[in-house]
Design a protein around this ligand. Structure first.
Ligand code: PMP
Length: 400
């Protein structure tokens, strides 16, 4: 989720002092907690039952593959064959033939020379940003970027220029006059509003300034491009020498984990320098096996990607026709604006009571003060489920 690129200010009360009684070190949390309650911004965990009766428009399971029998079988067989855990970091004992196979097939599917699998999309973004930058590098980062790209910028020793959202002209201005290495980082599909980055224009600016382009395609893989090959393939940028992509295995592929895709020399550089790769235990074999099965299924059934886009367009059309403030989706994330954080919360709760799970985003997860329902346009929704979803969202919408 996007946020300011500056490190978060400390929240809540002053730290413990020597005068405090013993074991008072964390007492400051009570005040921070009370402040969250006062602002109505407390988050709680809600365990999801294995057989939830709710219609799911809240998860990131865009293609409905997380529980597909081929995918769960791929995960189970991998665990039986290779073990429940990877047993070590990738450079020690944590690389199996299955990891190598997934890397080869993922790179080939998306049109890149090579790939490297990490334990999450989050770790992949930290790895890519930190390995591709150094002291003196200029990183130009879209203001709407996902938290993991932002944290990559914070971890790097580079100087970061945060530019207005989806504005290639602002990227050009930031790069102009910079003499040295530069990296432009952007989400391909922004996770809150579901709008796409202007990748061809960004690539052109990068090329003109000799900058690298790093694109987080977490929400594009499996949805955009021919058969779901992703936003870079859709833009004709996959496999270019100055373009690197990151993906997650936890959304369209229904599994867990992340990957960096790019030129072989970039991948080799990451293997040797990226700390979230080197010092992290390798991705569990079950997650690798599940992702590999999902990838093969997607390659065999390319209609799934187009169907997710169609469901997104249909949701947008029908909700907009009902007078709701819905952002036109570029992929399978559909964002509906709510008048206030409180109304967004009540709206999501009303949907839930009516049997529909939707995402609810509000500050501080979204920095612009606009709260939203976030809907997942799942490829496997039936027409009847789509009708139900639209009916419930419209019927429970707050009155302006
Ligand atoms: N990038 C984006 C745009 C995301 O939405 C997410 C997941 N919320 C991630 C990266 C992180 O991926 P993962 O969940 O695999 O760590």
């Amino acid at each position: 989720m996007p946020q300011d690129h500056a490190p978060s200010p400390p929240r809540g009360a002053s730290p413990a002092t020597l005068a405090d009684p013993p074991e008072a070190a964390f007492d400051w949390i009570d005040e921070a907690c009370a402040e969250r309650h006062r602002a109505g911004l407390v988050r709680t965990l809600r365990p999801r039952p294995a057989d939830s009766p709710l219609l799911d428009l809240a998860s990131n399971d865009y293609l409905g593959l997380a529980r597909h029998p081929e995918v769960t079988r791929g995960a189970a067989e991998a665990a039986h064959r290779w073990g429940a855990g990877a047993t070590g970091s990738r450079l020690v004992t944590g690389s199996t033939e299955l990891h190598a196979r997934l890397e080869r097939e993922l790179a080939a599917f998306c049109g890149f020379e090579a790939a490297l699998v990490l334990s999450s999309g989050y770790a992949a973004n930290l790895a890519a940003v930190t390995a591709l930058t150094a002291h003196g590098t200029l990183v130009v980062s879209d203001a709407g970027n996902h938290a993991s790209l932002i944290d990559g910028c914070r971890l790097s020793r580079a100087r970061t220029a945060v530019v207005p959202h989806a504005a290639p002209a602002a990227v050009r201005t930031a790069l102009t006059g910079h003499d040295g290495r530069a990296l432009v980082v952007t989400d391909a599909v922004f996770s809150v509003d579901g709008d796409a980055a202007p990748l061809p224009a960004l690539a052109e600016v990068c090329r003109a300034h000799g900058a690298g382009l790093l694109v987080d395609d977490a929400h594009g893989l499996g949805v955009l491009g021919d058969g779901g090959r992703g936003a870079l393939a859709a833009a004709g940028l996959a496999g270019r020498g100055d373009v690197v992509a990151t993906v997650t295995l936890s959304k369209s592929l229904g599994s867990q984990g992340g990957a960096v895709l790019g030129p072989a020399r970039v991948i080799e550089h990451l293997v040797n320098t990226a700390r979230t790769f080197i010092f992290d235990t390798g991705l569990a074999p079950a997650a690798v096996g599940g992702a590999l099965a999902a990838l093969r299924l997607l390659a065999r059934e390319p209609r799934r990607a187009a169907r997710a886009r169609e469901v997104g367009a249909e949701l947008h059309r029908r909700l907009a026709a009902a007078g709701l403030a819905v952002v036109r989706p570029d992929a399978a994330v559909v964002s509906v604006r709510a008048p206030s954080p409180g109304q967004a919360l009540r709206w999501a709760a009303d949907c839930r009571r009516a049997g529909l799970a939707v995402g609810c985003f509000r500050p501080p997860s979204v920095p612009d003060g606009i709260s939203r329902l976030r809907l997942t346009a799942r490829a496997d929704l039936t027409p009847a489920q789509l009708d139900t979803a639209v009916d419930v969202i419209v019927a429970t919408a707050p009155t302006p």
